[in-house]
Design a protein around this ligand. Sequence first.
Ligand code: VGL
Ligand code: ZN
Length: 265
Amino acid sequence: ALDGDASGDVDIDELSAAWRTWFGGAIRPVRCLVIIDVQNDFIDGTLALKNCPAGEDGAVVVPVINQMRAEYEFDYTAISLDWHPERHCSFWECARAGDFPAPLHPSQDAARVREAELFDDVTLTAPDGKSPMKQTLWPRHCVRNTWGAACHKDLVVREGDIIVHKGTDPGIDSYSCVFDNGKYKDTGLLEKLRKRGVTHVYLCGLATDVCVAFSALHMAEAGFVTTVVMDGCAGVDRSQIEQRCALMVEGGVQLVYSRELRSLM
Ligand code: VGL
Ligand code: ZN
C-alpha cells in the first residue's frame, strides 16, 4: 500500500506503524530550549547591549527565559557561552596593540588594523590559509573563567543542562553555537541534540542580530524545526536586527513571542 502512485493507495495506519517501528515509540516533538550567551559582559560588562546602538537592556531577557523554563515543558535545555581566550581575533584591544592572534589577509592593510575603531571590520585569513574572512572588532569580552563570561546571576541553570562553549579558538570567531564563522569546525552541539532525538529548538538570549541569528540559521539548516522567541532576546543594532530577522524568516525560522508558545507547543 506504500508504493501508491495514487494518493488513495496510502494507508495511514500502515504508514504510522512503520514510523513507530523505526522510532521505537510514539512520534512526538522532542523540544530543546537553547539559551544563547546570557553572560555578564553583554549585560553589565564590556559589551553591554544597553550601550550599543539599539540601546536594548540584556537583563530584560533573564526573567522572560526563566518564566519559559517554568511554564513550558522542554525536554532539554542547552546553554551556550561565548568563551574566548585572553587574546582573540575579535578583540579590538588586540588589534590596536598589534598583538593580533590571527593572520591578516594580504588584502588587509596592517596599518589600518592598528588604527581601527571599535566595531570596525577587518579582513583575516581563514584557517584554510587563503580565504578572506571578515571580522568585526568588539571590545574584549567573555574571557573564559572570568566574571564577564559567567551567566547572569539570576539565570536559572539546572543540573543536566547542556553547556556549549564557542569562540574558544583565538584565530576564528564563532557567533553561532553550532559552527564557527567560517564553518570549519562545529562546537559539538549538533551531535548532542541528535543523540537526544531533539526535533524542535527554541532560541533566546543575546544578541538577537549576532549570536542568536547565526545560531538559528545554522539550526534551521541542520533540519531542526527552529523558533526564536523575540522577547527573550536583546540585540546590538536596530537595522541589523531587522535585516537578520528577515534573513531568519527566509531561512525557515519562526519568530514568535513567549506568550504564543502556549498555543504552539
Ligand atoms: C556576541 C559579539 C561578539 C554575541 C559574541 O553573543 O552576540 N556578539 N561575540
Ligand atoms: Zn564574542
